[in-house]
Ligand binder design. Structure first.
Ligand code: AKG
Length: 349
């Protein structure tokens, strides 16, 4: 992989994920990479979301924001309008299929550099969500992302890019450390998608309406949450920070309690491109961001450079393919195993 990547007029230095970051991701289930996305990129995303919020940008099928034409934040923060704003704009899904800027952030080279290390080397870019979370907006209750996006084998990973400062006042992310080791707790509706060949003994099946409920008395994952006392960690983030989290770790965000601060973030989901999925129309609908795969994949609609537009070799020229465990070349062979490795295939023992 080149040391820098060019996307349009911008050039990005490759981010080298450290061993410590890898271990942190595995140990706590989530990882914050500070300042991963450069300030000028965050500013571009901020201006874009301002255009949405102020009604300067009409989104097909969604319409203009109720504050269309408003010149300042104070107009859109009129408390009588927050309800309408919240309903329309707390979260907008899948805009990377409609807007070039969302595709570019989904395929941001610095975010992909980290994903390549955490879940790769092959990376499939599947989903985008733009959270605006205006003042007064509710949070999202405890959930596991793999519940919503099954991949087999499960390699799902979210990347949560802060556009504004996110903290406990305006509803930052909270993770339940240790819960990354939990299986996915399915609902009746999707238990087969998660466990096509049979379930774990004792698996709790939860009504789909009780996933993500911000009301703890209704959220069906609360018995799991109670198994990790003291495990909940609030994770503040500054603009440009990216929080990576695996598909099993339980997480939530609380309400935005401020009167005047949005909590905007750009959230994308990825899997290893060799995992099979039927989500969102199947593998063939999602973009190959890094590496290669034997499974189908889509091209980026707006041509953002990535592995789909420019497939790389799976093994660098001049390098031997890595030796697999037990292929006989560099494994110690104990006397009782030698008969199995008889080159003529004779069974001596
Ligand atoms: O940003 C939020 O408030 C919630 C995001 C989240 O839970 C997710 O992306 O799975």
């Amino acid at each position: 992989m080149a040391a820098t990547v060019q996307v349009g007029p911008r050039r990005y230095a490759r981010y080298r994920t450290s061993v410590q970051e890898y271990v942190t991701f595995r140990t706590q289930g989530w990882l914050v990479v500070k300042g991963l996305v450069p300030p000028e990129d965050v500013q571009e995303l901020k201006s874009h979301t301002d255009d949405i919020v102020h009604g300067r940008l009409e989104l097909e099928g969604i319409g203009r924001a109720p504050s269309a034409g408003a010149a300042s934040h104070s107009a859109i923060l009129d408390p009588t309008r927050v309800g309408e704003l919240e309903r329309r704009y707390v979260r907008i899904h899948m805009l990377h299929r409609r807007l070039e800027i969302h595709e570019r952030f989904l395929l941001h080279p610095r975010i992909l550099d980290v994903l390549e290390a955490l879940i790769g080397p092959e990376v499939l870019a599947m989903q985008t969500m733009l959270f605006l979370k205006p003042p007064g907006a509710d949070g999202q209750g405890w959930h596991q992302d793999s519940y919503y996006i099954p991949t087999l084998p499960d390699s799902l990973c979210g990347a949560w890019l802060a556009i504004d400062r996110a903290d406990e006042d305006n509803g930052c992310m909270h993770f339940l450390t240790g819960s990354q080791h939990e299986p996915v707790h399915p609902s009746e509706k999707n238990r087969l998608a998660h466990y096509p060949l049979g379930e774990l003994d004792g698996l709790q099946v939860i009504a789909s309406a009780h996933h993500s409920d911000s009301d703890e008395s209704k959220n069906g994952l609360m018995p799991v949450v109670r198994r990790y006392p003291g495990g909940e960690v609030a994770v503040p983030a500054d603009p440009g920070d990216v929080v990576f989290f695996g598909g099993h770790v339980l997480h939530r965000s609380l309400a935005n309690l401020t009167a005047d601060r949005f909590r905007r973030s750009f959230v994308s989901h990825y899997a290893n491109a060799r995992s099979y999925t039927e989500w969102g129309g199947g593998n063939g609908q999602h973009i190959l961001a890094r590496g290669r795969t034997h499974l189908p994949y889509a091209q980026p609609r707006f041509g953002t450079p990535c592995a789909a537009t420019c497939p790389g070799p799976s093994v660098l020229p001049g390098e031997a393919a890595p030796t697999m465990m037990a292929d006989g070349e560099d494994m110690a062979v104990t006397p009782t195993e030698t008969h199995r490795l008889d080159p003529k295939g004779h069974h001596a023992g």
